[in-house]
Design a protein around this ligand. Structure first.
Ligand code: ADP
Length: 636
């Protein structure tokens, strides 16, 4: 560049100023017209840098030597370019000096332009406290994008000197995540603020950084200002600024992510444990192929889980038809979003046939390609046990029917000769055809007649009970007057009580004028209950018979003040031939069929029997009969 002698002197003077200047300062000359070009259009103005001091070099991100002879426009930050060139052009045109302030992302700047002997001196002073390297660095990068990213990044970004590790700048995420303010940390090192839980980590990071120039996803743990420990992932890179090395670090807090990952891992492990150790067989299938099989499922069929995985379920069926039939049925159900349940005869690896309960549900009813979850259980044993139980029950039922039939036939056969015995013994006892001679014969005939009657009662009870059990007892439901029936029964019972000084009190609800039931059965029920009450109540006792309507039922209550029944016997006395072992049984006689018959007849009517009793206090038997019994009732 040609300069006159005068101009060179000026330039030297300016160069001295330039060297001493703390503020960034550059000397420029208009490009096209040489040192002085008054009247040049602003739009056309272009400037070449003559000299720049160190501060300007730092600001513009090049060495002072590199700036010399370079177009000013080329080195100015884009955001400054228009404004700076405009002021320069104005001073070039008008002469003198100009000053203006402007603000950009890196701060408030004051710019001064002075025209000195055809050279324009351009000086900047930072409006904010100067000396902030970061601003200069940022400005060096000059890219708004970077600044925005730096500011808004959810991750921590720091710039620190590589040699000492002093923070030059940190972003908001740093402040937010670690709890240190920017002012707290600028100029200090991460060690000084106690960030590293393991200081060796920083050394290792720096070592690999020096080796490779960058570090990616270095995991470590940071301590926040409040003492919390965070797990972090750091990626660092060295950057060169003004001949100095800095460390640009991007740090991501992965504490929460790690926690979630650990939780997920645990949940998965638990699921895996449940799946593997389940005592029922579970498999996940798609297109009838086993994708996942648990140990139990494989064991049911004699395979290992690995054997089955990837196989078609065809191998578990005895033949192709079974496989196809099962598939058609099950997938039709599951296709409607329902659960398929079925028991199938299947085949183990050793060829043995087993019954399997299969429960399947599609992951998505609409999309069969998403697979099906099956639960399998070997029910061979259960089915065998059920089968045996069913057979045993059928055999028992058959035996019971046979027994009842036998009893019915036998009772019938016994009654015929008994009738003759009774008739003839009565004739002899009463000596109807003349005296028998020896009076003892008449007495013996009387004993025969009494025993015969007892036998007949017993045979009748057995016959009735057998008929009921064999399902051959048919109720003859008729309408009758309960007042009359009950009165005759009570009268008979009084007769049985003889002169034992028992009070028998009958109370029938007046409204109960008609009852629908098998009259003979109701009479039998009443006679049996009353005979027991009389039998088991001591002289001077009391027997109350109360009959009342209770909703849809007629309630017949027979309460005595007799010996009572032990608690543990109450349930059993309703069974045939069961007797509560009390002192009266032996003396009072009886077979243990009375209450069983009452129970059976009441049940035939669709009613129920309840016994309340206390030893030495008394017994109350409550019979409930429906007012409108369903006829004929099924056999018990
Ligand atoms: P039985 O009276 O012929 O023995 P039941 O079936 O009528 O047969 O009665 C079964 C048993 O229940 C009786 O043996 C007796 O021990 C007991 N029992 C029945 N009714 C009474 C009652 N009113 N008081 C005390 N015990 C009774």
């Amino acid at each position: 560049m040609d300069l006159s002698g005068g101009e060179q002197a000026v330039t030297r003077r300016l160069a001295a100023v330039l060297a001493a200047g703390m503020d960034p300062l550059v000397l420029v000359i208009p490009i096209a017209v040489g040192p002085v070009a008054a009247g040049l259009d602003v739009g056309e103005a272009g400037f070449t840098i003559l000299e720049a001091n160190e501060a300007a070099a730092g600001l513009l991100g090049r060495s002072a030597a590199d700036l010399t002879g370079v177009s000013l426009a080329a080195v100015l930050p884009r955001t400054w370019r228009v404004e700076v060139l405009e002021v320069l052009s104005r001073v070039l045109r008008d002469g003198g000096a100009a000053e203006r302030s402007f603000e950009d992302y890196s701060g408030v700047w004051r710019e001064r332009v002075v025209a000195v002997d055809g050279v324009l001196a351009l000086a900047w002073r930072e409006g904010m406290p100067s000396g902030n390297l970061c601003r200069q660095s940022l400005w060096r990068f000059s890219e708004e994008k970077f600044t925005k990213a730096f500011r808004n990044s959810p991750d921590i970004i720091t710039i620190s000197s590589l040699d000492e590790g002093r923070y030059v700048d940190v972003n908001e995420a740093f402040e937010r995540t670690l709890g240190f303010s920017r002012e707290d940390v600028i100029g200090r090192t991460s060690i000084e603020i106690g960030l590293w839980t393991d200081r060796g980590d920083r050394e290792r990071l720096i070592a690999s950084l020096r080796c490779d120039g960058r570090v990616s996803n270095f995991e470590s743990r940071f301590r926040t200002r409040s003492g919390d420990i965070l797990t972090i992932l750091a990626s660092c890179e060295t950057i060169e600024l003004d001949g100095q090395s800095y460390l640009l670090s991007l740090v991501r807090d992965i504490t929460e992510r790690n926690r979630m990952e650990a939780k997920m891992r645990r949940a998965l492990e638990e699921q895996e444990l449940i799946f593997e150790h389940s005592t029922i067989g579970i498999t996940f299938m798609r297109d009838r192929l086993f994708l996942r099989v648990n140990t139990m499922f494989a064991e049911i069929f004699g395979y290992s889980a690995a054997d089955l995985t990837g196989c078609s379920s065809r191998i578990l069926y005895a033949n192709e038809k079974d496989f196809q039939d099962m598939g058609r049925r099950a997938y039709a159900v599951m296709g409607q979003g329902r659960t398929y349940r079925g028991e199938h005869l299947m085949k183990r690896q050793d060829g043995q046939r087993i019954w399997c309960s299969l429960t399947g549900r599609a992951v998505s009813a609409a999309d069969s390609s998403r697979g099906v979850i099956w639960i399998a259980e070997d029910v061979t044993e259960r089915r065998r046990a059920n089968e045996e139980l069913r057979a045993a029950k059928a055999a028992a039922e058959h035996a019971s029917v046979m027994k009842s039939r036998f009893l019915a036939t036998m009772s019938h056969e016994l009654r015929t000769p008994l009738t003759s015995i009774l008739g003839f013994s009565e004739i002899i006892r009463d000596q109807l055809f003349g005296p028998v001679g020896v009076p003892d014969y008449a007495e013996y005939a009387g004993d025969i007649c009494q025993s015969g009657r007892h036998l007949l009662e017993l045979i009748n009870d057995v016959l009735d009970l057998s008929k009921i059990e064999a399902g051959k007892f048919e109720l003859d439901i008729v309408a009758f007057d309960p007042h009359y029936l009950l009165a005759t029964c009570v009268r008979q019972a009084r007769g049985r009580a003889g002169n034992r000084n028992l009070v028998l009190a009958l109370e029938v609800e007046p409204d109960l004028t008609m009852m629908w039931a098998d009259e003979r059965a109701v009479r039998q029920i009443m006679l049996n209950l009353l005979s027991n009450a009389v039998k088991f109540t001591s002289d001077g006792g009391r027997i109350d018979i109360r009959v009342a309507l209770e909703g849809e039922m007629v309630r017949i209550l027979v309460a005595d003040t007799g010996v009572g029944i032990a608690n543990d016997k109450i349930e059993r006395v309703l069974e045939p031939f069961e007797q509560a072992d009390n002192r009266y049984n032996r003396s009072a006689g009886g077979t243990g069929l009375g209450l069983a018959l009452v129970n059976a007849l009441v049940k035939l009517h669709g009613g129920g029997v309840r016994i309340e009793s206390k030893l030495n206090v008394g017994t109350t038997v409550i019979v409930s009969l429906p007012t409108n019994p369903v006829s004929p009732s099924p056999a018990v």
